[in-house]
Design a protein around this ligand. Structure first.
Ligand code: 13P
Ligand code: SF4
Length: 347
């Protein structure tokens, strides 16, 4: 069994970076993953990653654990150790089907909380509990209560990028993958939709429903501009531009398609554009490119610093020690679960 050989650096959370030896057995066992990733990862990086991937796959069996990973996780996590990958909606839905005792959520904290809310009897771990989200941090339960007090009787839709306490104050959650259907399911002319003001504006345009929103923004997607998109179109003839709806309405307008991260993955898989620019977090293009070597990816992108707090060493630490368990107070979880369950009943 492989053991840590040396410790090279301390992480703020969850222990030290781990280095394990690359052996012929490890090389053989991880070969199929390398075949997929060799366009994205150098040989030197692979010598470091492969033994960690092998150790994680061993630990998953030992601990009866599964790894759920968001589309923004790095390729060695996404293709190397994840059992289930997807957007926030798929991760929430698939968390309900997990039979293993332990779920390791490779993503940000609200995603792990959602998995725990839906699976109160399971152990849910996050490799770095400080992996946050600028949207989730933009609103508190008290903030939402004060917004509700200004608009009595108006249904409250909150984005899943929120804490459990905020979800507990909500009528129904949504993700970027089902926001239109969730809003339309309410059959009203006006809703409160928090905290992402750009997602809310984009959905208002699509549905014609009036949206009262909050000043929350994704620190990654707010950085893209329509001018940048035009520049890349000018430099890359025929490029197809696909954006996440957390981008500004102007950026969505300047794009050919907008959708959740899973809808962006499906777009590339089904439309097979010759050249594509994914207006979103950097790992998306890397992960999708590994699956579609025939598609050319124009790769200006922005890193989500929260998603990037998760790495292979931290996954090993949390699996070995079953550490960084995510908990939600039962009374909060019960109310939050109702708003997520209502969403899942729509789409
Ligand atoms: P998706 O639900 O589209 O994966 O988005 C989650 C997220 O945090 C995007 O920034
Ligand atoms: Fe939050 Fe934006 Fe990072 Fe997604 S990309 S986790 S919305 S900060």
């Amino acid at each position: 069994m492989a053991q840590a050989q040396q410790v090279i650096q301390n992480n703020e959370f969850s222990g030290a970076d781990i280095v394990l030896p690359m052996t012929e057995e490890v090389r053989a066992r991880t070969q199929p993953v390398y075949q997929k990733l060799k366009s994205q990862i150098s040989e030197m990086e692979w010598t470091y990653f492969a033994p960690l991937i092998d150790e994680i796959n061993r630990l998953k069996k030992e601990k009866n654990a599964v790894i759920l990973a968001h589309n923004y996780q790095t390729p060695e996590i996404f293709h190397g150790v994840a059992d289930i990958v997807g957007d926030s909606l798929k991760l929430a839905k698939d968390a309900l089907e997990v039979e293993a005792d332990v779920i390791v959520l490779c993503g940000v904290h609200f995603m792990a909380e959602t998995a725990k809310i839906l699976n109160p009897a399971k152990t849910v771990l996050i490799p770095d509990p400080t992996a946050g989200c600028s949207l989730a941090e933009s609103i508190t339960a008290e903030g939402l209560r004060s917004l509700k007090a200004q608009y009595p009787g108006v249904p409250v839709v909150t984005y899943v990028n929120t804490t459990a306490e905020v979800k507990a104050e909500t009528d129904i959650c949504c993700t970027s993958g089902n926001a239109v259907e969730v809003i339309e399911s309410l059959g009203v002319d006006r809703v409160i939709m928090a905290p992402d003001k750009y997602l809310a504006q984009n959905i208002a345009k699509q549905t014609g429903v009036e949206v009262i929103t909050w000043d929350g923004r994704c620190e990654v997607h707010e950085l893209f501009t329509p001018e940048q998109i035009q520049d890349f179109r000018d430099q890359n003839e025929g490029v197809v531009v696909i954006a996440h709806p957390e981008c500004t309405p102007e950026v969505v307008e300047a794009s050919d398609f907008a959708g959740s991260t899973a809808q962006m993955v499906d777009f590339v898989a089904t439309k097979k554009p010759e050249k594509v620019f994914m207006v979103t977090e950097c790992s998306m293009s890397d992960n999708v490119s590994a699956e579609h070597p025939d598609v050319e990816f124009v790769k200006p992108c922005t890193v989500c610093p929260h998603m990037k707090k998760i790495n292979l060493s931290k996954i090993i630490h949390c699996l070995r020690d079953l550490s960084n368990e995510v908990t939600v107070a039962p009374e909060v979880a019960e109310k939050a679960r109702a708003s997520i369950t209502r969403m899942l009943a729509v789409k």
